[in-house]
Design a protein around this ligand. Structure first.
Ligand code: GTP
Ligand code: MG
Length: 197
């Protein structure tokens, strides 16, 4: 898919104030610093459309970016590094769960996880929560440039084994690197196929 235009539309802390258009949207979520905003820049080939930072906690609001005047990419704040499992409601601010649960235009969420790390309780709990709410999601592994191909395969395999303890099937997943432009076409093609269906 060719991205001809990508523009920032709004930042919101109230799900009810998000754009009123009925255009399909795709939201990026995951732990702080996992690379959500960087991935939006990679997908749109815009260096600083979404604000990124080396320090966790950069994105604080629900950010809508209009793509090709036809659909939205949505950048969300991250959740914490909590080692102990906490209820999703405690990890997230209320406006994020409201957005996820109420936004009818949300076609799918992309849950980003750093390919270097094993599944964390907070990520597993979050996927569980999406499942319970019936919110479709795919997994995006980020920072693939940090590992060699063999290590990538091993880490994905470990991830699958752990997720298959609770899920019947491995959710749809993508391997990406925003600094090396890996996985861009695959993610865009997937979005394109959902936009057509
Ligand atoms: P919050 O908004 O704080 O939740 O973070 P975020 O998930 O939006 O992460 P962001 O895109 O701001 O990136 C965090 C850090 O990771 C930055 O220093 C990025 O340069 C770095 N980073 C993001 N993606 C990649 C990647 O694919 N490879 C490498 N090596 N670094 C990356
Ligand atoms: Mg961010």
């Amino acid at each position: 898919m060719h991205i001809k235009s990508a523009e920032f539309i709004t930042s919101n802390s109230d799900a009810a104030k998000c754009p009123k258009d009925r255009l399909p949207e795709y939201a990026f979520i995951g732990r702080s610093n996992v690379g959500k905003s960087s991935l939006i820049n990679m997908l749109t080939s815009r260096k600083s459309l979404a604000k990124t930072s080396g320090r966790p906690g950069k994105t604080q609001l629900i950010n809508h970016f209009l793509i090709n005047h036809d659909w939205f990419l949505v950048d969300l704040p991250g959740y914490g590094y909590a080692k102990v499992s906490k209820s999703i409601k405690k990890v997230f601010q209320k406006f994020i769960t409201q957005y996820l649960e109420q936004r009818e235009q949300l076609v799918t969420a992309f849950v980003l996880v750093d390919i270097r790390h094993k599944p964390q309780p907070v990520d597993q709990d979050f996927m569980q929560y999406l499942g319970e709410k019936g919110i479709p999601f795919s997994i995006i592994f980020t920072k693939a440039d940090k590992l060699k191909p063999k290590a990538i395969d091993n880490h994905v395999e470990d991830y699958k084994n752990i997720l298959l303890e609770t899920w019947e099937e491995m959710p749809n997943y993508f391997i990406t690197s925003s600094s090396k432009d890996i996985g861009k076409e695959e993610v865009l093609q997937y979005i394109d196929s959902l936009n057509q269906s």
